[in-house]
Design a protein around this ligand. Structure first.
Ligand code: SF4
Length: 481
């Protein structure tokens, strides 16, 4: 156990963020690097090393949290990093991007603030990189078996790293021009700088994983080609079909899916020349959707110099007691969370629905018309007389995703069955209906958290390894739901 009285003598403290006025003028990470270091011993020492550590259950990866809290408390960084990597390929990603269900599950949270698990995690891994203790771990011998992984987001990368380390020859196919999937082009730099992805890719290359960018399976290479070349295939292509808003005016210039807007902003940060860019500079920006992607659009618009930023959410504001069923989904608090982007300004409007967009004579969006809604009889109903319009010169749609991409031919070429939610159907061993073809991450689970994607990748790797060799020592933290 770390400090037997730590939770009695120290309150929870978290890593510091840079001042708003400073950080909205650049794209660097919001968190001050290493800001927890001076108090890491106190904070990690608050962990009670519970007999039944509910934090384990809260984490899909089964992270060994009390163990690395203890090492961090004792300043034993190499061991802390080893314990961290025992269950997680990419703790620098989760330490920055995961909403930390482990902290919601922390036993200390019953009558105190929970342990600062996420910040301790990112402090350990950042220090490990700084100390040079994160090294390539190539396999001792090759199996002679080959695996193709489609998609280089967190699920694909986790599966690829596990399978490479198990001795298989792995190639990752990515349709974009750079590796990283959603991490690269969906997540803004201010949440996670791309250098974290780049050095992991370098580690993976040194271990033997091969990357093929700019290759879209289904278009540039057929499913038949892939199945001929490889002994197994893991589809980790994400759930990239975005939910749309089919209202009048949707076709106007300036109304974009979030995943059109954010990737271009990220490409500019990568130094690419993007024409035409989608920029919020000087514009009244409306973000439709209250989740993480919406918050990323808000933060991006702030940094691009928007005239105003308004985020619309169809669901009620939490605690809105004018609406007795204000929390119809009480177990879905992520929808309402306040992120760093919201601290930076802008306005959030709840319980509204967009009715249509209005443009100028050149076809550019200028106004968004909305109406207030309320719950009644288990349904969302429009409130008559509450219609109004707000200025809107750039609109981003961040309303979630409905399933795997159906446009590139991948599903049809493989002959994959889909489940009722539009995701690729799989059995309890991540197997699709096509022999030798597995699915991991959002492509099978549907839109989810990065920590689930990594857990899926690790578990699918176990299933593939077993398929190829008859047994596997790779960990399998989860089963498909
Ligand atoms: Fe420590 Fe909280 Fe996990 Fe208990 S539940 S072991 S206090 S992190």
């Amino acid at each position: 156990m770390a400090d037997p009285k730590g939770f009695l003598t120290h309150g929870r403290e978290v890593a510091r963020s840079r001042p708003v006025g400073e950080r909205v003028r650049d794209w660097n990470e919001v968190l001050v690097p290493g800001s927890l270091l001076p108090i890491i011993s106190e904070q990690a020492g608050r962990c009670m090393d519970c007999g039944i550590p509910f934090c384990h259950n809260g984490c899909p990866l089964g992270n060994l949290i009390p163990e690395w809290n203890d090492y961090a408390y004792r300043d034993r960084w190499a061991e802390a990093s080893e314990r961290l990597h025992a269950t997680n390929n990419f703790p620098e990603f989760t330490g920055r991007l995961c909403p930390a269900p482990c902290e919601s599950a922390c036993v200390l949270g019953i009558n105190q603030s929970p342990v600062t698990i996420k910040n301790v995690e990112v402090t350990i891994i950042d220090k490990a990189w700084d100390n040079g203790t994160v090294k390539p771990r190539p396999p001792e011998r090759l199996s002679g078996r080959t695996v193709a992984v489609i998609g280089s987001g967190p699920a694909g990368l986790a599966a690829a790293q596990q399978l490479t380390r198990a001795g298989h020859t792995v190639a990752v196919y990515e349709r974009a021009d750079r590796v990283g999937g959603l991490l690269r082009y969906g997540i803004p730099e201010f949440k996670m700088e791309k250098r974290h992805i780049n050095r992991r890719i370098e580690q993976m290359r040194a271990e033997g994983t091969r990357f093929r960018t700019g290759v879209e399976i289904g278009r540039d290479l057929t499913a038949t080609d892939l199945r001929k070349r490889y002994d197994a295939v893991v589809i980790a292509a994400g759930a990239t079909t975005a939910r749309d808003l089919p209202v009048p005016g949707r076709e106007l210039n300036g109304v974009h899916q979030a995943m059109e807007y954010l990737p271009l902003a990220n490409k500019v940060q990568e130094g690419d020349h993007v024409t035409p860019p989608i920029s919020a500079e000087g514009k009244h920006v409306i973000v439709i959707g209250g989740g993480d992607t919406g918050a990323d659009c808000v933060g991006t618009a702030h940094r691009q110099g928007a005239a105003s930023v308004t985020q619309l959410e169809i669901m009620p504001r939490p605690g809105d007691d004018r609406n007795p069923v204000a929390q119809p989904w009480p177990t879905f608090p992520l929808l309402y969370k306040v992120t760093s982007a919201h601290e930076e300004g802008g306005r959030r409007v709840y319980s509204v629905s967009t009715t249509h967009f209005e443009g100028d004579e050149d076809g550019n969006v200028q106004w968004l018309h909305l109406v207030e809604v309320e719950f009644a009889d288990g349904r969302l109903n429009r409130k008559p007389g509450t219609e109004r319009r707000i200025p809107a010169q750039l609109v981003t749609l961040a309303m979630g995703f409905t399933g795997t991409d159906r446009d590139n031919g991948l599903v049809e070429q493989f002959g994959l069955e889909l489940d009722e939610r539009g995701n690729i159907a799989r059995d309890a061993d991540f197997r699709t209906n096509v022999p030798g073809v597995f699915v991991a991450g959002d492509a099978g689970r549907g839109q989810s958290l990065i920590v689930w994607a990594i857990a899926e990748g690790r578990s699918a790797a176990h299933a593939v390894d077993r398929h190829l060799t008859g047994a596997s020592d790779l960990p399998a933290p989860i089963r498909p739901t």
